[in-house]
Design a protein around this ligand. Structure first.
Ligand code: HEC
Length: 142
């Protein structure tokens, strides 16, 4: 019986000694996995934060700019050059944000008188909200 206990004891010691080795390497694996996961997550978080930061100021007028690009406005208007209609930069000098609604309605109704005898064509298909976005962009042109 004693021999059996000794054998059992030895095998327990072996098991105990063998135990920590895979345990250690397992621990190492877990740490490595956590680190690489953390490394993978960090740049994503940073990039997202940076993107939000850089996009925010431009987006206030970006919608209006793309609406203008999709309409016929640029046939008669340019940012810094008078064509048929006044340059957007000149319109921005003449008006303030308080005129936004009035100008949006003028874009929809068309007409002349504020810059001369040439009339702006009416744009009845443009929604007031969209016209306001366009005017917001126009008033931001410097
Ligand atoms: C057919 C040419 C033409 C097109 C197309 C045109 N405009 Fe005009 N726009 C004019 C003219 C001409 C004036 C000057 C009107 C005046 O003297 O009151 C003007 C004036 C304006 C003004 C100033 C209005 C005021 O009372 O001072 C804004 C704002 C404007 N246009 C925006 C736009 C936008 C936005 C579009 C596209 C949806 C557009 N225009 C398309 C010719 C055009």
């Amino acid at each position: 019986m004693k021999k059996v206990f000794i054998v059992l004891g030895i095998s327990l010691v072996i098991a105990a000694c063998g135990g920590p080795k895979p345990g250690e390497s397992e621990g190492g694996d877990t740490t490595t996995a956590t680190n690489s996961a953390a490394k993978a997550a960090e740049p994503n978080v940073d990039t997202a934060v940076n993107k939000i930061g850089t996009d925010a100021p431009a987006s206030a007028t970006a919608k209006g700019a793309s609406l203008i690009a999709g309409a016929d406005c640029t046939t008669c208007h340019k940012d810094h050059q008078k064509i048929v209609g006044p340059a957007f930069a000149d319109i921005a000098k003449k008006y303030t944000a308080a005129d936004e609604e009035k100008l949006a309605k003028k874009v929809i109704a068309g007409g002349s008188g504020n810059w001369g005898d040439i009339a702006m064509s009416p744009h009845p298909a443009i929604k007031l909200e969209d016209a306001k976005e366009m005017v917001k962009y126009i008033l931001s042109v410097k």
